[in-house]
Design a protein around this ligand. Structure first.
Ligand code: CAA
Length: 261
């Protein structure tokens, strides 16, 4: 395994890659060096055929407290614009493997946006979400205004983004930002996320990838285009051995063995 300075990588299950943000002194503030490491680790897991799902987490205290304010403090417009500041953050959304965010503690600003870029979010009861950028004279820059609006509607998003108020794990669950809040025990949200990743990794990787592409089309295309995308991907699965194996196994009343071809 590679040695990183600001993240840890591991394989809690042979088919699940885990990336843990590890910059405790700054509550996992997402500096450029940290994000470069994160993108490298995610790309490595994504390219690894034996991995079927990726879990992304932080610490009990903080998933991530945002972009690194100390790094941004003196940044000039010309530098931000010319060097496309934060544009590399969205690499995560182009991964083929599903990414599950396991969120405990603060997920603020860029931390909230990072979670929103994942395919599934599980939250510990301690999770605190928010887009507090307005309180420091700026606005979300990692997709928060757009992804929150898609997830929870205009009025709530406006209120959160214009005031910077945080929202709890329970609110996040009620509003559909997270799929569920898990138990309170230490490390429980990561355990649950790994278990979820294991379940996904047991499926056909081709079908999982197609399903992810189809669901994402709902956020990127209009309904008619999205329905066409889904139908085409569905048709495509009939060209795979995994579809033949999956349906044969059902008919023969046995468990399928997917080979991802
Ligand atoms: N950037 C840089 N450093 C940060 C940080 C951030 N986003 N968040 C926390 N830290 C650092 C603190 O400066 C502090 O470091 P020092 O010990 O060197 O002073 C350390 O982490 C611990 O933080 P606190 O002492 O503040 O801890 P706390 O428990 O009192 O408060 C907190 C926790 C409420 C999360 C508070 O740290 C906080 O408000 N952080 C900033 C949250 C924020 O505004 N995030 C949005 C950033 S902008 C952004 O993300 C833009 C975008 O859309 C991409």
């Amino acid at each position: 395994a590679k040695e990183y300075q600001f993240i840890l990588t591991s394989r809690p299950d042979p088919a699940v890659g885990l990336v843990t943000l590890n910059r405790p002194k700054a509550l996992n503030a997402l500096s450029s060096p940290l994000f470069n490491e994160l993108n490298e680790a995610l790309a490595d897991f994504d390219a690894d055929d034996s991995i079927g799902a990726i879990v992304l987490t932080g610490s009990e205290r903080a998933f991530a407290a945002g972009a690194d304010i100390k790094e941004m403090k003196d940044k000039q417009f010309s530098d931000a614009y010319k060097n496309r500041f934060l544009e590399n953050w969205s690499a995560l959304t182009r991964l083929r493997k599903p990414v599950i965010a396991a969120v405990s503690g603060y997920a603020l600003g860029g931390g909230c946006e990072l979670a929103l870029m994942a395919d599934i979010i599980l939250a510990s009861p301690t999770a605190t979400f928010g887009q507090p950028e307005i309180t420091i004279g700026t606005i979300p820059g990692g997709g928060g205004s757009q992804r929150l609006a898609h997830a929870i509607g205009k009025s709530r998003t406006m209120e959160l983004v214009l005031t910077g108020r945080t929202f709890s794990a329970q609110e996040a669950e009620r509003w559909g930002v997270v799929s569920r809040v898990v138990g309170a025990g230490e490390g429980e949200v990561v355990k649950e996320a790994v278990e979820l990743g294991r379940s996904i990794a047991g499926k056909s990787q081709i079908a999982v990838q197609a399903a992810k592409e189809a669901v994402n089309a709902a956020f990127e295309q209009n309904l008619a285009e999205g329905l066409r995308t889904e139908r085409r991907l569905f048709h495509m699965t009939f060209a795979t051995q995994d579809q033949k194996e999956g349906m044969a196994a059902f008919a023969e009343k046995r468990k399928p063995t997917f080979t991802h071809v």
